[in-house]
Design a protein around this ligand. Structure first.
Ligand code: ATP
Ligand code: MG
Ligand code: MG
Ligand code: MG
Length: 349
């Protein structure tokens, strides 16, 4: 008999469109010939307002690849779930960013008492918040860039406090530094800054996205990523490298075709690849991640140093995304990857 899989996509996040693209690929994986006898697929689209749509509408959105427009909604609509949701035996949420990757949906599905692909509440929440994540990495002894945390209220406070805050950032981190909303992805809201006025503008911009803001010392390094799959005994994939011509790996570079190149496996000394794989598994375990995560690193070639940048607990999952490509190159084809993730969600360990 087929297991009823509920694929949850879209979501109230800036990464809504990416989620639709990921869901298209995963839907193909779940319905691939090798998985057909195992799973039946039901689609649930969450629109930009946060409203869940029934499988018929969701199917249409997935097929068209176009989000439903934002509308005015009643609070009661957020409490309504399509009746088909009650029949789901395992959930596959492929929602990127806030309200999906951050433990909120994971909490809801835990309350429903149905297994769910990926990390639970703790791993998702800590993995999403860059300040919480880096605090835990630091405790675990994982090397990373120097950083500082500030809050929106400090940035938008009275005009006497703000210059002191900027002084402190300049003194602690110097330029260039990166200003980021703590809870986002796809480089949304991130600025690389080199001057005081850029720093001020970047803090103001980041504050418009999040209450919590992180500022990091900028490093000059190669960008490499490693995929992790598993639960109690997580495995690491081969390492991949991203190269691009822009100032940094920003939103446009990520989502404009031809702007970035993935090299899989990355051309690295064997000892460096191994170190990255070990650090990826350590990061996964220390954050209590489960199922999947893509761990991003900086490799400072001149010194041989490897710094951890971040964990993404629901990474981009289109057919050309880094996460599935890393597994493909490690010997796990896309349909088998999707199958393993669903099996891991259902396992009790
Ligand atoms: P993702 O889409 O991977 O979830 P994100 O929004 O979580 O992205 P980061 O991965 O933290 O953001 O940063 C995005 C990009 O900005 C990095 O890939 C890198 O190009 C650049 N970057 C971020 N932090 C630094 C840093 N401290 N030094 C140098 N470059 C950085
Ligand atoms: Mg991220
Ligand atoms: Mg992300
Ligand atoms: Mg990243």
């Amino acid at each position: 008999t087929q297991l009823k899989v509920g694929l949850l996509f879209g979501g109230r996040s800036g990464e809504h469109e990416v989620s639709i693209a990921s869901a298209q690929a995963i839907a193909r994986g779940i319905t691939a010939p090798e998985n057909q006898s195992k799973y039946s697929l039901t689609l649930f689209y969450i629109d930009k307002n946060g409203v869940w749509h029934p499988p018929t509408v969701s199917q249409e959105v997935l097929a068209q690849g176009v989000p439903l427009p934002e509308t005015d909604i009643q609070p009661a609509q957020l409490w309504q779930f399509p009746p088909e949701a009650a029949e789901i035996e395992v959930w596959f949420p492929i929602l990127h960013g806030p309200n999906g990757e951050d433990g909120t949906i994971q909490g809801l599905l835990t309350l429903m008492q149905v297994p769910c692909v990926g990390s639970g509440v703790l791993g998702s929440a800590v993995g999403m918040d860059k300040l919480a994540m880096k605090g835990v990495f630091g405790q675990a002894g994982l090397p990373q860039v120097k950083y500082m945390g500030v809050t929106r209220s400090q940035v938008w406070s009275n005009p006497c406090v703000f210059p002191k805050l900027c002084d402190e950032i300049e003194a602690t981190l110097g330029y260039p530094c990166f200003v980021k909303p703590a809870n986002l992805g796809s480089s949304v809201g991130i600025s690389k800054v080199r001057t005081r006025s850029e720093l001020e503008a970047a803090l103001d911009s980041a504050a418009s996205y999040d209450r919590r803001i992180i500022i990091e010392a900028g490093v000059t390094a190669r960008e490499v990523e490693c995929a992790v799959l598993g639960k109690e005994q997580p495995q690491a994939s081969v390492v991949g490298e991203i190269s691009f011509n822009s100032d940094f790996y920003d939103y446009e570079t990520k989502y404009t075709a031809g702007r970035a190149d993935l090299t899989i496996p990355a051309a690295l000394p064997e000892s460096v690849s191994q170190q990255i794989q070990e650090m990826a598994i350590q990061a996964f375990t220390t954050l209590d991640c489960a199922g999947l995560a893509r761990v991003d690193f900086f490799y400072v070639e001149s010194t041989g140093e490897v710094l951890i940048n971040e964990v993404n607990t629901l990474p981009g999952f289109t057919a050309t995304s880094m996460y599935p490509q890393l597994w493909e190159a490690t010997g796990v084809p896309f349909p088998e990857l999707v199958d393993q993730l669903i099996q891991l969600a259902c396992s009790l360990e």
